[in-house]
Design a binder for this molecule. Structure first.
Ligand SMILES: Nc1ncnc2c1ncn2[C@@H]1O[C@H](COP(=O)(O)OP(=O)(O)OP(=O)(O)O)[C@@H](O)[C@H]1O
Length: 596
């Protein structure tokens, strides 16, 4: 499993190819109708714009020499109407392209989010969360302009280019050819910077991702930062990351800015050359071109370079977008390796027998965490798992819900291999309380109901009463409707645990997993909770991980594990009689409490 840190640039597993562009356009295709309408409207608008030089040519060549004021006024009125109409069309275009762009962005984000919700724990174990966030928010944003304005402008500009060139040839073939001499130079420059831009944007997106990862990490860890007075040190790290991002951005942006001025420079040269030759012809008395036609031609020339500029910058945005797209598609394509097996069936209603048979597991290839683990919990057993830190206790309970795939062996529930049933039908029947009692932003009622969306208010209150959370909840300003923040920052650690506990119970599970469920709860509440719990655990199989051994003494089976091996198994009395690891652990806690 590749691990990534905020200061390590991400590498792409797959390189970008043109198929990805095709894939991008499949999103655009969903807005085909609106896109076509926008393009038609823009074509109409640019066709209107092209009439203006013709009006000017008529004014100069016909109405001025004939002193026809009426004709001049008519041309001016027509030109004003055209300008008004194109302005109105532009307004509609902005609205429609924004709708297209935002629509595509929403689709992409939605797809990313759905996939992220399905990706297994192992995906999140291996990268900073800030690097995931940056893909779904910033990278998707960065391609929005390309998807909306970029595509519309490019298509309409390509079409109007066709008409512009037609008009230019109509007025003068040799002068049009002179104007086009600048094109090969421009194409050479665009191709020259292409490679550098591609690499540059990849680097910039990596640096942006690193910076985001560090900011996310810093916000999550701000309390520890302040407690250890690490602000200055962190600012140094931030400056480095932000500086690298700025440097990467500045070095690539200079290539972007090369294109616009180059187009402008070439267009000025071309226009000057056309004027020079045209005026030379007119002054030489040649009848090749009239003053009006030369004026009209130079207006078309200025219009000719606009779409060229748009095309060059579209190409440029495409290169930029590619560096973001490859990351976006990489995430969408990230395989969900913990998934339903082909032909997986619904898990029948669980009774509660759990068996580990020769289970071997590793988070990373070659680093075994569980070695041939075997045990069986019967229906209604309360199974306690104890052992030193890092022994593999949480790992065992995580495997029961199939949060990870095992390397070998079998995990059976009621004799059914959990790999043969659908993950959702399995997890729906489990009550899991993890070590990290995560609280979501919302009311306390919502947080408890997270375990069972169908539960009534009364069910929620009953679960809260069972875990002795009711009193503290009622003492808050709005009781169950009190708003809490993400991570439950306004709750004590014990209160957070009680809410998570109630949440796990609410699912009315046949298998209940409690990972350090009561570690932060005071002894008095814990005693009360234990009494309620005994009643509640009847008829359910429970797995309880606890460092405070007093809380698991009455379990039907206690398993002592270390380094992924079960070293002892039995009731409290049996293990105490054995005089082994468990007794040693128990006595050390007892001696510690005696000393206090
Ligand atoms: N996501 C992970 N990726 C890689 N290794 C992990 C991961 N989670 C845990 N480990 C490793 O697996 C081993 C067992 O971890 P586990 O969390 O199961 O221990 P534990 O017995 O529950 O510890 P504690 O009592 O401290 O909670 C540890 O060595 C740990 O470093």
């Amino acid at each position: 499993m590749a691990r990534n840190k905020y200061d390590v640039d991400e590498t792409l597993e797959t390189k970008f190819d043109m198929k990805q562009i095709k894939r991008l356009f499949s999103y655009v295709g969903r807005y085909r109708k609106k896109l076509i309408m926008t393009i038609m409207l823009m074509l109409f608008s640019s066709a209107l714009g092209m009439v203006i030089p013709v009006l000017m040519q008529r004014v100069m060549d016909i109405y001025i020499p004939n002193h026809d004021k009426k004709g001049i006024l008519l041309m001016a009125a027509l030109a004003a109407l055209i300008i008004l109409a194109t302005a109105y069309i532009l307004r509609i275009k902005i609205k429609w392209t924004s709708q297209i762009g935002q629509g595509i962005i929403h689709e992409l984000r939605r797809e990313l989010f759905i996939h992220l919700e399905e990706l297994p724990f192992s995906y999140y174990d291996s990268r900073p969360h800030g690097k995931i966030q940056v893909r779904i928010v910033n990278y998707v944003n960065n391609i929005s302009d390309l998807l909306s304005n970029g595509i519309v402008n490019t298509i309409t500009d390509c079409c109007s280019l066709f008409f512009i060139v037609g008009f230019m040839f109509y007025y003068s073939v040799p002068l049009t050819l002179i104007c086009m001499c600048g094109l090969p130079i421009l194409i050479a420059i665009v191709l020259f910077v292409k490679k550098k831009q591609r690499r540059g944007w990849q680097l910039a997106s990596n640096k942006q991702s690193n910076l985001n990862a560090y900011i996310a990490e810093s916000i999550n860890g701000v309390r520890v930062t302040q407690a250890f007075v690490r602000e200055d040190k962190n600012l140094g790290i931030f400056n480095n990351l932000s500086g690298s991002y700025r440097k990467a951005w500045m070095s690539v942006i200079k290539y972007n800015f090369m294109i616009g001025p180059t187009v402008q420079f070439i267009s000025i040269l071309a226009t000057a050359a056309v004027y020079w030759v045209g005026i030379h012809w007119i002054m030489g008395g040649n009848d090749i071109i009239s003053v009006g036609a030369l004026t009209a031609l130079t207006i078309y020339i200025s219009q000719f370079w606009n779409p060229i500029n748009t095309l060059a910058s579209f190409y440029n945005s495409l290169l930029t977008a590619i560096s973001y797209l490859e990351r976006i598609f990489e995430t969408i394509d990230e395989p969900v390796n913990v998934k339903d097996a082909p032909g997986a069936v619904e898990m029948p209603p669980i009774k509660g027998e759990v068996e580990f048979s020769h289970v071997v597991f590793s988070y990373e290839p070659g680093v075994r965490i569980l070695n041939d683990v075997n045990f069986k919990a019967n229906v209604g057993d309360s199974f306690a798992i104890v052992g030193p830190t890092g022994a593999g206790k949480s790992t065992i309970v995580n495997l029961i819900s199939r949060f990870y795939n095992i390397d070998s062996g079998k995990i059976l529930i009621d004799g059914i291999d959990i790999n043969s049933v659908t993950i959702k039908s399995l997890r729906k029947q489990m009550g899991v309380m993890m070590q990290d009692s995560f609280i979501f932003s919302g009311t306390i009622m919502d947080n408890i109901r997270y375990g069972n969306r169908e539960a009534s208010d009364e069910d929620v209150i009953r679960a809260a009463k069972t875990v002795c959370a009711h009193d503290f909840i009622m003492s808050m300003e709005n009781g169950y409707q009190t708003q809490v923040n993400e991570r439950g920052s306004r709750l004590s650690a014990g209160q957070r645990q009680l809410i998570s506990f109630a949440r796990a119970l609410l699912a009315d599970p046949k298998i209940l997993i409690l990972d350090e469920a009561t570690s932060s709860i005071d002894t008095e509440t814990e005693l009360l909770l234990q009494q309620g719990l005994q009643e509640l655990l009847k008829g359910r199989t429970s797995f309880i991980i606890a460092h405070r051994l007093s809380t698991i003494k009455s379990s039907s089976c206690i398993m002592y594990i270390d380094q992924g091996n079960i070293l002892e198994k039995g009731t409290h009395d049996e293990l105490m009689a054995k005089d082994g690891y468990y007794k040693e652990l128990y006595m050390s806690q007892y001696a510690f409490l005696e000393k206090m």
